[in-house]
Design a protein around this ligand. Structure first.
Ligand code: UDP
Ligand code: MG
Length: 316
């Protein structure tokens, strides 16, 4: 098969229930265009039958290519693997669960033809998400964009079209901890936005629970900002100035009014308060040091296991 013009990149973790419907839908949409295409599925160490199902689908359908990771590396790594293996001129990362409507791909292509290198999909309605996810997502975007030196557009996920040029740029970023939303924004390029309504999952269940999302948010913030480190300098200056002024007040009071027995409660409160503040500061530093440590190992982002079925070399 000649190099396809469009590569769909789909990370899959335990998606056996939804894959047939997803593949049918995406094929229906892509066959409405006159582009050649490939579907790159990345099996991210699924514990169900996803891999066997993908292998079977790849045997029947020459558009399908399967990249099999040796274990579960997480969505960001799976997406990176997919981008590395995609060969199209335009690459479209998409979730397997049909929460990203494949119809939108036609809009992506329209914008791509206008000359945009990045076409992002912006959710205008998140009513399919729980209120907790809506609030926390909103807070995350606000906080991140305040302190990070690269802005992530509100309510924009990984579902987008990027051209080969953009993928090449992304591949220049050697970092091991890959917060893809940030990386996509960091590389820049001419961007167009199309809007859509986020659907509920077609089948199966989300693998992002509260704790995983919290860690994901930490990853995002620490990957693209050092503000949480710098703030301790200012907090330190602030509190030591107050301590100095308070110290002067005590000295003068003692000189003028004689020795006073200070309260036990106020002293303990101050000790606990500053102890707590210092621990938080150390915790933040620890967060960055941990990430430095992980980066310094220079481990690959993912490992593939090539017992995965090879694409069939059958002419169309
Ligand atoms: N996914 C993955 N590896 C993981 C977790 C998720 O490849 O460790 C894939 C998953 O199969 C899906 C996409 O990432 O295609 C989004 O996951 P999910 O729908 O669970 O997340 P949500 O939509 O709830 O944020
Ligand atoms: Mg989902």
């Amino acid at each position: 098969m000649a190099s396809p013009s469009i590569s769909i990149v789909c990370p899959c973790y335990n998606e056996q229930d939804v894959l047939p419907a997803f593949t049918a839908k995406i094929t229906e949409i892509l066959s409405q265009t006159d582009f050649t295409y490939e579907l790159v599925f990345v099996n991210d160490g699924s514990k169900d039958n996803t891999l066997a199902l993908l292998a079977e689908m790849a045997n029947k359908n020459s558009h399908i290519r399967v990249v099999n990771l040796s274990r579960n590396f997480g969505k960001e790594a799976a997406l990176t693997a997919g981008l590395d293996h995609a060969s199209g001129d335009a690459i479209i990362p998409i979730d397997a669960d049909l929460q990203d409507p494949p119809e939108l791909i036609l809009d992506f292509i329209r914008e791509w033809k206008k000359g945009f290198d990045v076409v992002v999909a912006k959710r205008i309605d998140r009513s399919s998400d729980t209120w907790a996810k809506k609030i926390t997502a909103n807070l995350f975007y606000k906080f991140h964009n305040k302190i990070a030196n690269v802005e992530i557009p509100d309510n924009v996920g990984d579902f987008r079209l990027i051209t080969r040029k953009v993928v090449n740029a992304i591949q220049l970023l050697p970092e091991n901890q890959r917060f893809m939303k940030g990386i996509f924004s960091w590389v820049g390029f001419r961007t167009s936005v199309v809007e859509y309504v986020r659907q509920p999952r077609a089948a199966g269940e989300t693998s992002f629970n509260g704790w995983r999302l919290w860690n994901f948010a930490l990853e995002g913030i620490t990957s693209f900002s050092t503000a949480p480190l710098r703030i301790w300098l200012y907090l330190g200056v602030f509190f030591s100035s107050i301590a100095f002024i308070y110290g002067c007040v005590i000295v003068f009071k003692t000189l003028i009014f004689g020795i006073d027995l200070p309260g036990y409660a106020s002293m303990l409160t101050a000790i606990l308060f500053f102890g707590g503040i210092q621990l938080i500061g150390m915790g933040v530093m620890g967060e960055y040091i941990g990430r430095l440590y992980m980066e310094s190992k220079k481990r690959p982002v993912y490992i593939t296991d090539d017992t995965a079925p090879k694409p069939k070399e059958k002419p169309e």
